[in-house]
Write a protein that binds this ligand. Structure first.
Ligand SMILES: NC(=O)c1ccc[n+]([C@@H]2O[C@H](COP(=O)([O-])OP(=O)(O)OC[C@H]3O[C@@H](n4cnc5c(N)ncnc54)[C@H](O)[C@@H]3O)[C@@H](O)[C@H]2O)c1
Length: 306
């Protein structure tokens, strides 16, 4: 595998995980993080990932934090941007990058929702701008949605997919720069119905979670919705759709139930109540359970690839 010099812009939640997974793959990573405190905590946060995954701590040495963007991206063949989700900021970063790297350096944005068409709008070399949507935490969740915009070249798409695949990720090609790409559209289609069910009093929020986790969620990791539809047969899928679709929620915009929660300051775990109530310690237990589960999955996956 070819070893690259790779730049990561922003060393926050996503940036440090992206830097880590690229370093595991043997690449030299430079991270530009302008906030001094966040930058200073980078080695400790990277070490925590190595501890969680039982990786050789020496690989953290392949990641260097920089106070200047120029130093972080010097000689880079790829740059992954994971700065805050603000269009003007991302546009400025990409404009600066164009002056700092070679014309063929691939510029990837981890934006959750901003089209890379907009981020790269004013660049000279737009064919090298691409979306790489990692899922949190990026070092544990395998999927990366690779979003090709109207200008992204086939060669840039291929090189990005290859780099991510060789780093042990599961990249998928999203052919159009649509809001939410694929994963968040699916996730929010489900959330929309879940919130409407609770708002209508059909069941409580805990029941929704139980239905997903103990029901179709129990098989989702090994059976996607298209496979499942083909498994039961499309005639049955159509019969169910005929009965069901007319009664699914189609409230235009976010459901008033969700808006009211936010207005009342019921934001979820951080305020002690959201869709469910969170007694002290319960939220931490959920976070620990998730982290343990994802780390076990990642370790099992690595073993099966070795
Ligand atoms: N958090 C998630 O679950 C998630 C998932 C997928 C994608 N994303 C996307 O990833 C990006 C980063 O999100 P995050 O959750 O890591 O945010 P974050 O706030 O944890 O990290 C962003 C970092 O960028 C730094 N920064 C600020 N200005 C900068 C600049 N001019 N240049 C470089 N760095 C700068 C900040 O100091 C901060 O450390 C966003 O576009 C977000 O939408 C987030």
């Amino acid at each position: 595998m070819h070893k690259h010099k790779i730049g990561v812009i922003g060393g926050g939640l996503m940036g440090h995980g992206i830097a880590y997974l690229l370093a595991v793959a043997g690449h030299e990573v430079g991270v530009f993080e302008p906030d001094a405190e966040t930058s200073a905590s980078l080695p400790k946060r990277l070490q925590a990932i190595a501890d969680l995954l039982g990786d050789d701590a020496a690989l953290v040495q392949r990641i260097a934090a920089h106070e200047q963007m120029a130093a972080a991206v010097h000689g880079a063949s790829f740059v992954f941007e994971a700065a805050p989700e603000k269009l003007p900021l991302k546009q400025r970063i990409f404009a600066d990058l164009e002056g700092l790297v070679a014309p063929e350096t691939i510029l990837a944005s981890n934006s959750s929702a901003i089209p890379t068409t907009e981020i790269g709008r004013d660049l000279k070399h737009r064919e090298r701008v691409i979306g790489t949507h990692f899922w949190n935490p990026p070092h544990l969740v395998p999927l990366v949605e690779v979003i090709q915009n109207e200008r992204t070249s086939a060669a840039v798409l291929r090189a990005t997919m290859d780099l991510l695949r060789e780093a042990g990720k599961v990249p998928v090609h999203v052919r159009r720069d649509v809001p939410g790409f694929v994963g968040n559209r699916l996730q929010h289609a489900m959330k929309r119905e879940a919130i409407a069910l609770v708002a209508a009093g059909v069941c409580d929020a805990e029941t929704v979670d139980t239905v997903v986790k103990e029901g179709f969620g129990a098989r989702t990791a090994v059976l996607g919705p298209m496979e499942q539809s083909d498994l039961v047969g499309l005639n049955l899928t159509l019969d169910i759709a005929e009965v069901l679709y007319g009664s699914l929620d189609n409230t235009p915009g976010p459901h008033p139930f969700l808006r009211e929660k936010v207005k009342a300051g019921k934001l979820g775990m951080k305020t002690g109540e959201g869709l469910r109530a969170w007694a002290p310690g319960e939220a931490d237990a959920v976070r620990a359970r998730l982290s343990r589960f994802l780390a076990e999955q990642a370790k099992a996956r690595k073993k099966s690839l070795d």
